[in-house]
Ligand binder design. Structure first.
Ligand code: PEP
Length: 248
């Protein structure tokens, strides 16, 4: 079965109730005939208002992180059940900014992934190498290590979306070339085939993320193993619709 492409935005710490609602209102008619799944992952505090704004549209609302515990003394955190309460479908886990600025490790990424899955959320699990790791020829070793730990205990890999986000391409305007992105994403799929089974790996949606925009999305989306994008900066404007409609 052909994989359905999936384009997701990551608003990061941007937008307010007013600006977010307006953007969804403006985007909705532009993306309504999309041939892919569409989501916007928004700050937790905006989830209730944005799920309301996206009602009746084909834009699903996702979150940007989730804690692994069901409840408890974790000040400032949000549980999977809290997200589910508002109809959240997707949750980004292990974004490089979380790893870099908030001390998240492959072990905590793994715990979050397991919690999201058991609550029925679809994790968008981010992996990717830094510039120095790429330059040292360590990309495949880094990806292998991340997949091995982040996916520990995950039985059904088809319930996870993977976003390959080379850290050096995020928010930098420096996109991976089509070939670089395809090469690493094809490697990820081969590794998943070894970890699970070839048929399962063939079904996994693997996105590219890192300065993807209206200008470069066509070339990236034409690659056989790239099934979509995780879009940061360009998801804050109407350009997001151009990416969603890359095939038109
Ligand atoms: C991201 O936040 O996941 C991302 C890819 O950001 P940008 O598109 O701005 O590089």
């Amino acid at each position: 079965m052909a994989r359905k492409p999936f384009i997701a935005g990551n608003w990061k710490m941007n937008m307010t109730v007013a600006t977010g609602t307006q953007l969804i209102k403006d985007l909705a008619p532009l993306v309504k005939d999309a041939n892919c799944d569409v989501a916007l992952c928004v700050p937790a505090i905006l989830v209730p208002a944005m799920t309301e704004a996206a009602k009746g549209t084909n834009i699903a609302i996702g979150a940007e992180n989730v804690h692994w515990a069901a409840s408890g003394a974790y000040t400032g955190e949000v549980s999977a059940a809290m997200l589910k309460d508002y109809g959240v479908k997707y949750v980004i886990i292990g974004h490089s900014e979380r790893r870099q600025y908030f001390g998240e490790t492959d072990e905590t990424v793994n715990r979050r992934v397991l919690a999201a899955l058991s609550a029925g959320l679809t994790p968008i699990m981010c992996i990717g190498e830094t510039l120095s790791q790429r330059e040292a020829g360590e990309t495949e070793a880094v990806i292998t290590r991340q997949l091995d730990t982040d996916l520990q205990g995950v039985e059904d890999i088809t319930k996870i979306v993977i976003a390959y986000e080379p850290v050096w391409a995020i928010g930098t305007g420096r996109t991976a070339t089509d070939e670089q992105a395809e090469e690493t994403i094809a490697f990820i799929r081969r590794r998943l085939a070894e970890m699970y089974c070839p048929k399962c790996a063939e079904q996994v949606i693997i996105q590219y993320g890192g300065s993807m925009n209206a200008g470069n999305c066509k070339g990236l989306m034409a690659q056989p193993d790239i099934d979509g994008g995780l879009i940061g900066g360009a998801s804050l404007k109407l350009d997001f619709a151009k990416i969603v409609n890359w095939d038109k």
